[in-house]
Design a protein around this ligand. Structure first.
Ligand code: COA
Ligand code: AMP
Length: 635
């Protein structure tokens, strides 16, 4: 198959192309309308089709005679556990837990939050919701109760499914107590909290409305999959936006199933039966698409890994897992490789394992620097594929589609558009830019199946955030350029979102917390370069007049506040006190300039700056605090 021809067909004849891909799934009712429009005039796929995601991921494979194949391998270095779960066992766990949810009154169209560590029960819970048409919203465990409360109030779950605790290397993360705290904070109160007790000796309270996961499952009757319409939301996944309030991305069922199934074979190059490992977390989109739904749809064995690239117990863990479980394709974030590279610069630990099973190493979640790519290629001796996508897209938008045929790997580029994505580089006015010119990365509508349907109960924000900037296009929020071969180079966000260790975070949200500290007059939070995590947040604060509190105490209190309000995942650890912040003459804080002063060799002084002398003041503060290097001024 030729990539160019295949790709062009997906753009020129999208309906035919995706109809063919959709027909590879077992629908209860095959869609007749392939591409339609919803009530907001936004393109939707397969609207009259009916199917069930849990059936496709589980029961179908048992019916086809693969009940004894491993569906899930749970590898947990933090608890010294390896568990193998076949499709037959998965069917039992999922249908019984779904029966339990049904007995509590959960039904199609209800919402449920899943706040769980990386254990198989998180996957059972997701598939059990999907089985009933209950819309799940998984919340990443590194978020604090306050963040969980925001999501509870937004999606109003009938139930929250959680666990007694998580294990972060050696630190116990109290999931159930965090849920209790979140419910105290939220206005909406769920009817039930279902708790999986990991029996790791961690104390937690069971209130009158709390239900034990295992007892519920054991006493229930297995539930059959419920037919849902293709556009029925499978899940809501909250992601950082440019305001303090996270956005609830809605994913459909039929388009998503079609796209993921397509991507497993054509993007990742895995066949049914292969072991596929995405070393992410079920709380992120990578976890939804490539720990749970994608591999299971394609009848791959998926790995749920409860550990870190380093320290669990050391930088050889990834290689041990690949070799022990015969992983064919692996997916992680560049930051994980950088962390490993720091501990094992010459790859000595890699040599201890037979990695001949590995065919491709995929990277995504943040920009991949050339040295990380080269190091990985050299030591793994397989093609290393940087690919680009987002929570919104749900699956890759740019990639080297190895399943169609490996193309040249160009370091620094996430390669070529994936089938269905007509990617353009636009200027401020929406005109397409020539080769080599950097601009806004946008995708011509319609987006292919599997991408976002809307924002949960906020269609206005959906339009304003993604569709209004360039009419007829989806605005990705990233900047980039194309080369003469059509390869796209993503250069970074054009908004206030940052990527810290592959985790997408909003600086606006952190700024809100910092600004609420009693002694802060004004502040700015932005991302600065970090050798391991790619970026890290930095806060600059101006204190109110006459503040008596010791500066060190102020800084430490602010760091604690962000950790408490947003969570440890924000990795907000640095605050600097300055006399004033650079502003435009109209009073807007120049955050981009602050970032450039810390990160870039060259910076431009905006013509709108109200007082140019402030640049030297900020540079001096950076210098005194070892932020960035000495900079060259460009006038
Ligand atoms: N539950 C609770 N806390 C969590 C958590 C979770 N699921 N995940 C992370 N945290 C905490 C960490 O313990 C850490 O807390 P600390 O400040 O007390 O040390 C904090 O959040 C920051 O975590 P992280 O940014 O992950 O940093 P780290 O120093 O623990 O690890 C890496 C650094 C690079 C090893 C790690 O970030 C990593 O493996 N990244 C890969 C990310 C990834 O796969 N992203 C998926 C997108 S593709
Ligand atoms: P998330 O929604 O958490 O998956 O984060 C998506 C954002 O991560 C994108 O908008 C990009 O800014 C960034 N990103 C993801 N993958 C890549 C990549 N391969 N190269 C550059 N940036 C990336």
């Amino acid at each position: 198959m030729n990539y160019q021809e295949f790709y062009q067909r997906s753009i020129n004849q999208p309906e035919e192309f995706w109809k063919e891909q959709a027909s590879k799934l077992s629908w209860y009712k095959e869609p007749k309308t392939i591409l339609g429009k919803d009530q907001y005039d936004y393109p939707v796929w397969f609207e009259d089709g009916e199917l069930n995601m849990s059936y496709l991921c589980v029961d179908k494979h048992v019916e086809d005679g693969y009940g004894d194949q491993n569906a899930i391998i749970y590898d947990s270095p933090v608890t010294n556990t390896n568990q193998y779960i076949t499709f037959k066992q998965l069917q039992y766990e999922v249908s019984k837990f779904a029966g339990g949810l049904q007995s509590l009154g959960l039904t199609k169209g209800d919402t449920a939050i899943i706040y769980m560590p990386m254990i198989p029960q998180a996957i059972y819970a997701m598939l059990a919701c999907a089985r009933l048409g209950v819309i799940h919203s998984v919340v990443f465990g590194g978020f604090a109760p306050h963040e969980l409360a925001i999501r509870i109030d937004d999606c109003k779950p009938k139930a929250i499914i959680t666990a007694s605790n998580g294990v972060e290397i050696q630190r116990i993360v109290p999931y159930k107590p965090f849920v209790d705290e979140a419910i105290e904070l939220s206005e909406h109160k769920p009817n039930h909290v279902i708790v999986f007790d990991r029996k790791l000796g961690v104390d937690f309270n069971m209130g009158v409305h709390d239900v034990d996961y295992t007892t519920l499952k054991e006493h229930s009757r297995p539930a059959e999959p419920v037919e849902v319409n293709s556009s029925h939301p499978l899940y809501i996944l909250y992601t950082s936006g440019t305001t303090g309030k996270p956005k609830g991305i809605i994913r459909d069922t039929g388009g998503y199933a079609t796209a993921l199934n397509f991507s497993m074979q054509h993007v990742y190059g895995v066949d049914s039966g292969d072991v596929y490992w995405a070393a992410s977390d079920v709380g992120w989109v990578v976890g939804h698409s490539y720990i749970v739904y994608g591999p299971l749809l394609n009848r791959n064995t998926t790995l749920i890994f409860e550990g870190k690239p380093i320290k669990t117990p050391d930088a050889s863990t990834f290689w041990r897992v690949i070799s022990e479980h015969q992983v064919k394709v692996m997916f992680t974030a560049p930051t994980a490789i950088r962390a490993i590279k720091k501990e094992d610069p010459n790859g000595a630990l890699i040599k201890k394992f037979d990695l001949s099973c590995l065919k491709y190493q995929f990277l995504a979640g943040e920009r991949c620097d050339v040295s990380t790519l080269r190091w990985t290629e050299k030591h793994l001796n397989v093609p290393v594929i940087d690919h680009w996508w987002q929570t919104e897209s749900g699956w890759p938008m740019l990639a080297n589609m190895v399943g169609v045929g490996l193309q040249e790997v160009k370091p620094g580029s996430a390669s070529l558009p994936v089938c269905g994505y007509d990617i353009k580089i636009l200027d401020e006015q929406g005109n397409e830019l020539p080769v080599g010119s950097e601009g806004y990365v946008a995708v011509k509508l319609p987006l292919p199946p599997g991408t976002l349907l809307n924002l949960w109960e906020n269609p206005a924000r959906f339009k304003a955030g993604y569709l209004n900037q360039f009419p007829g296009y989806y605005a990705s929020g990233d900047g980039g350029y194309k080369d003469e071969d059509g390869y796209v180079f993503i250069t970074g966000r054009v908004d206030d979102i940052i990527n810290v260790a592959g985790h997408r975070l909003s600086t606006a949200e952190m700024e809100e917390v910092v600004a609420s500290y009693e002694h802060v007059a004004e502040c700015a939070v932005f991302g600065v370069h970090c050798e391991i995590k790619g970026q890290k947040p930095l806060g600059l604060i101006v204190l109110k007049e006459g503040v008596q509190e010791v500066e060190a105490a102020i800084k430490s209190n602010i760091v604690q506040m962000v950790r408490h309000e947003i969570g440890p995942v924000a990795a907000f650890k640095e605050v600097l006190i300055v006399n004033r912040l650079p502003k435009t003459r109209s009073g807007k804080i120049l955050r981009k300039l602050l970032r450039q002063l810390s990160d870039e060799a060259n910076y431009n002084i905006p013509s709108t700056i109200d007082d140019v002398k402030i640049i030297d003041e900020i540079l001096e503060v950076y210098q005194n605090n070892q932020i960035g290097q000495h900079k060259k001024l460009v006038l």
